[in-house]
Design a protein around this ligand. Sequence first.
Ligand SMILES: [Zn+2]
Length: 283
Amino acid sequence: MNGNKIDEKIKSLMRVDYVGEKYAEVLIEVGINSPEELRSLEDGKRLREKINKTDKLDYNTSLDYVNNMIKAAKEGNYKNSIATDKYHNIRDRVFTDTLLLVYYENIYIKKYSDVDVSKEEIFNIEKETIERFKGDYKEMDRVRERNRKYKAWKEKNKDIIKVIKSLFLNHFEERLPYDYFSKEFYKEDNYNRKCEYCGITEKNIKLLIDEEKINTKRLYSRGNHMEVDRKESSGEYNKDNIALCCYWCNNAKTDEFTCEEFKDNVGSVFKKIWDERLTKCSY
Ligand SMILES: [Zn+2]
């Protein structure tokens, strides 16, 4: 087994409350490789025995502690939930894109000497700016030149970028509140999320993986959990514009197809394929 695979297991186990790095290593040694496997245990006693037989800890683990780990896994109590990671990843990605557009509009096109952070509209990029921005990609030399200038601007303006970032965090949170995202939309780690387009659930994806009926080699980075799709792909991330979406649908939908086009045509074909594979599972 390669190192990356082990790291992924340790990382996923460490999400569960009470499981630190040492315990994650011990759990893997006694054959518990994921929060799901920890959750499926009925009895903490046997696990405790196994844990105490390993030579990884120089003390005995109490039954209470082991039961707390199992309970946390069952209840989906996680320190760094997948929802939190997803939210932060999306927010960081949107910030990267937004900062470039803010620079492009204010400094590159309008030739202002700096970004006026006193007005909140700095994030409302004009349509013409966006059109021009997209148009630049027809000539890569122009894009390269812009990127060079942008990089130099970023290096000289670290303080103002910090201010823009803090304004952006509020701006993003107003549109997509973290509480809504983590509690109502994405929910707990062990929640059985479902793809809006093809209807596959995370539980059934896991079943197909266990039965070796999933072919992608990217499972360690993508696939296991639902992704977050923007229904209208040029729109912003807000409550009305996001949908849970499996890796396969997300990859196929890209920014080309509308929600309806995709769901009615491609989604239903994917569903048929999943159903066929699921009927071949031995559960
Ligand atoms: Zn799907």
